[in-house]
Design a binder for this molecule. Sequence first.
Ligand code: ADQ
Length: 483
Amino acid sequence: MSKTIIVSNRLPLQVKIENDNLEITPSVGGLATGMKSVHSEGDGIWIGWSGLTEEELDESLKKKVEQEVKKEKCATVPLTQEDLEHYYFGFSNRTLWPLFHYFMEYTEFEKDYWDSYVTVNKKFAEVVLKHAEKGDTIWVHDYQLLLLPGLIRESMPDISIGFFLHIPFPSYEIFRTFPWREEVLTGMLGADLLGFHTYDYERHFLSSIKRILRLDVNFNEIIYKDRVVKVDSFPMGIDYNKFHKAAKENMDRLPAERSDLQQRIDDHFMKDKEAKLILSIDRMDYTKGIPNRIRAFEYFLNKYPEFKQKVRLVMLAVPSRSNVPQYQLLKKETDELVGRINGQFATVSWTPIWYFYRSLPFDNLIDLYTSADVALITPVRDGMNLVAKEYIATRVKKDGVLILSEMAGAAKEMNEALLINPNNFEAMADTLKQALEMPVKEQKKRNTMLQKRLRRYSIDKWAAEFFKALKATQNLGQVIVAS
Ligand code: ADQ
C-alpha cells in the first residue's frame, strides 16, 4: 500500500536522555503543531532529526532512540555536532533565515556552511530513499531542505514529491544576491508541486525562476526538463476546533480549578473592569518585531497617559536559537527595553509589561489567549504567523481585537484585523488606542468573519488541498509525456 512520507528538519518530538532513560515530548513550533493531524492518519512516516547528535549517542542509545521514535511513526536522520553547527545554525539560520526575511545585514555567505548544507540534504535523501517505495507521496518541509526534492528525484524519477516553504520567499532583488541561487532553485524544482503561504511569495519565486534560470513559466507552471512543476499558494491554517474547544473548557472552569497563571490574571484584570490585557506571543526571533512592539507600547503610554495603570502588555517569548549571536543580542535588547519601561512607568500597584522568557504548556497558552482583550502581533517579516489565528480561534464570545502586522502572511487573509506597519510607532500607538476603545459590537462583527474563515480553512483542509493539488500534478506530467 502506498504511504505518505513527511520530511522536516526536526521530528515533531523532543528526545532527551535523562539518567540513561529516554524522554520523548512533543515539540513546540508552527510546523510541529500544524502537521500533527496529518501525520496521525494512515500508516505514513515522518523523517527528521531527533534533536540528539551522533556524539551524544552510543550504539545502544542509538538503537533505543530508533525504536522509540518508530512507535511514534518516525525515523531519524543522524546528524553530527559539526552538521548542526554548519548546516543548521550556520546555513539555515545565519544564511537562509535572515536572507529570506529581508535581513541582509545579518546574512552570512560562508562556503563551509553551504558545503555542510549540501552534505546534510544528502543525508536526508539517504534516509528518505531507504523508506520510499514506488507509488509513495513525499512531502518535504521548509528552508532547511531546499535541495532535497532534487536529490530524491535523481534516484526516483517517477515518485510524487511536494514541497512547502513555511517562511517568505523573498523578492528577486534580494534573492539574486545569494551565491548558491541556481543550485537552490534547481533543488526545489525536483518537486512536482511547490507550495507557499501567499500569492506574493509564489510570485517572487516565479520571478527568480524566470530571471535566474531563464525557464518558461506559464501562469503557475514551470517547464523544467521533461516535467511540469506546479507552484501555488496554500495559506496554512490551524486546528481550529482544538483551540476553540480548549478555550470553552477554560472558560467553564470553576475558580478553584483555575491555573496559578489564570488566578494571577484574574486578580489583576477581572476585579478591575477597566483593566485591559494586551498579549503578544512569539519565538524570541528578530523577525517578530519584539523591540518595535515594546517601543510602540512606550510611545503609546507617553501619548495616551490616561491608559497608565489600566493596560498591561503580557509578552511571552519562547527561547529560540540562543547560540546565534543576533538572537543573544535581541534577548539583551528586549531585557533592557522591558527593564527600562517598567522602571520608568511602574507604580506600587502596576507593572506595565509582564515579560515571560520561556515556553508555556498548552493550557497556560489558552489562559493567556482567552484573557487577552487585545493581541498585538507585530512581526517585521513572518511567513504566516499562527499565533494570530490561534488568538481568534479562542475568542469563544467573539470579543477581543487582533492587531496584526501587514508583514505577516496571515494579514493577507485576516483583513478584519487592525492591520499595522510594524515600523510606524505612531500608527501602532493610535491603533492600540483604537483597539482598546473598540465597541464590543464591532469586535464581534470582525471576529465572526475571521472565525468563519479560520474554521473553514483549518489545518486538515490545508493539508488536504495540498495533497489534492499534488495528485493533480501527476496528470500534468502525463500530458507532457504523451504530447
Ligand atoms: P514560527 O516562526 O515558529 O513558525 P508561528 O507561526 O507563530 O511561528 O507558530 C508558533 C507556534 O508555537 C504556535 O502554534 C504557538 O501556539 C506555539 N507557541 C508559541 N509560543 C509558545 C509558548 N510559549 N509555549 C508553547 N507554545 C508556543 C514558522 C514560520 C511562521 C509560520 C509557521 C507555520 O516562521 O511564519 O506561520 O512556521 O508555517
